[in-house]
Design a protein around this ligand. Structure first.
Ligand SMILES: C[S@@+](CC[C@H](N)C(=O)[O-])C[C@H]1O[C@@H](n2cnc3c(N)ncnc32)[C@H](O)[C@@H]1O
Length: 329
């Protein structure tokens, strides 16, 4: 099955990595990958539904019906069998408003039977540009962007400005490749944003923090959404005393000056943290970690293999690099 992810464009590489790692986490083998900054097309060797439900940084995921010149899109549209169902065609891409209207009208007119319903169609088709080609797809999954927005820290019972936005917390969980039902650890849980996304995706979550008020806040946030995780107070170096091996780690350690490390220099904390991660991860397991500098990434590489890194500039004095490390099998 050929599928197209309409990437969110929030970063040049992270949305693609989010989609690919969600597929890998749910063991959906793929081949023939092609991508632009806006669209990722893959051939999935089995139905990818569970993987699609995890994706954070795409807007829609479409089943590809045609990829090529406009004539092949119109041919594919003419072969659709709608049996009286209503439908809508939406063009999305580098088109002017007039081009969009014209493309939507031409593709819609090629569909042999079925009623156009622009508000609540039974079937939804998307016309995209992919490289020099047109892509006609049918929406297979709409990413729950508004539900993630509703879980923003400001809307939760325990709020502090340190939290990752839920869409980035979920992308980090995907980068950890933790499968549904797998054991996922966040040993710097803060307000619990990563624990919430992991628990929502059906993982067995362990969430800990040095500060009791953070662990209480994380427990309250989980209870607010009817989700469960094992929460406890611990210095990152002591987590191996409380948890045995985990399948994956997804975490966002303190960044430095403003963050609370009880006076420990950040690089010393990262070194202790990665030492603990190497002991906690199962062989082949991934640690997805947000880090503030190249130096911090290099410390991670002293302990684990670096698979990928995506740097996001938050503001003048803060960059976050979303990294995926792996423990060799
Ligand atoms: C950047 S915040 C985590 C933010 C979190 N991702 C969220 O969504 O709220 C880092 C957290 O690390 C915790 N921390 C600092 N030093 C620690 C240590 N040695 N062991 C465990 N946690 C520590 C802090 O209390 C803080 O809550």
């Amino acid at each position: 099955m050929r599928i197209a992810f309409e990437l969110s464009g929030e970063h040049p590489t992270l949305p693609r990595a989010d989609a690919l790692s969600a597929l890998e986490a749910e063991r959906v083998a793929i081949r023939a990958v092609s991508f632009t900054p806006e669209v990722l097309v893959v051939d999935a060797l089995r139905p990818p539904r569970r993987a699609l439900e995890r994706v954070a940084l795409s807007r829609y995921v479409d089943r590809v019906l045609a990829l090529g010149p406009l004539s092949s899109v119109l041919r594919a549209a003419s072969r659709l069998r709608l049996a009286g169902e209503s439908f809508r065609v939406r063009a999305h891409g580098p088109f002017t408003p007039a081009e969009k209207r014209d493309l939507e009208r031409r593709v819609g007119a090629a569909v042999p039977a079925g009623r156009v319903d622009l508000d609540r169609p039974d079937r939804e088709f998307r016309l995209l540009q992919h490289g020099g080609d047109f892509l006609l797809g049918e929406v297979e999954h709409e990413v729950e962007r508004s539900a993630m927005e509703a879980r923003k820290v400001a809307r939760r019972p325990f709020s502090m400005p340190i939290s990752l936005h839920p869409k980035f917390a979920r992308a980090l969980v995907n980068l950890s490749r933790c499968p549904r039902g797998g054991a996922l650890l966040d040993p710097f849980c803060g307000t619990g944003g990563i624990a919430l996304e992991g628990a929502r995706l059906g993982m067995r979550v362990f969430a800990s923090d040095l500060q009791e008020k953070m662990v209480d806040g994380t427990s309250r946030a989980l209870a607010h959404y009817g989700l469960k995780a094992q929460t406890f107070v611990a210095d990152v170096g002591d987590v191996p005393l409380q948890v045995e091996t985990v399948d994956a780690i997804a975490t966002d350690p303190p960044y430095g000056r403003a963050a609370s490390t009880r006076g420990e220099p950040p690089n010393s904390l990262y070194r202790r943290a990665f030492g603990a991660f190497r002991g906690l991860l199962r062989p082949g397991g991934h640690a997805a970690v947000v880090l503030p500098s190249d130096r911090a990434v290099a410390i991670g590489e002293e302990f684990l293999g670096l698979e990928e890194a995506h740097t996001l500039r938050v503001h003048k004095s803060l960059t976050r690099t979303f990294c995926a490390f792996v423990k060799p099998p």
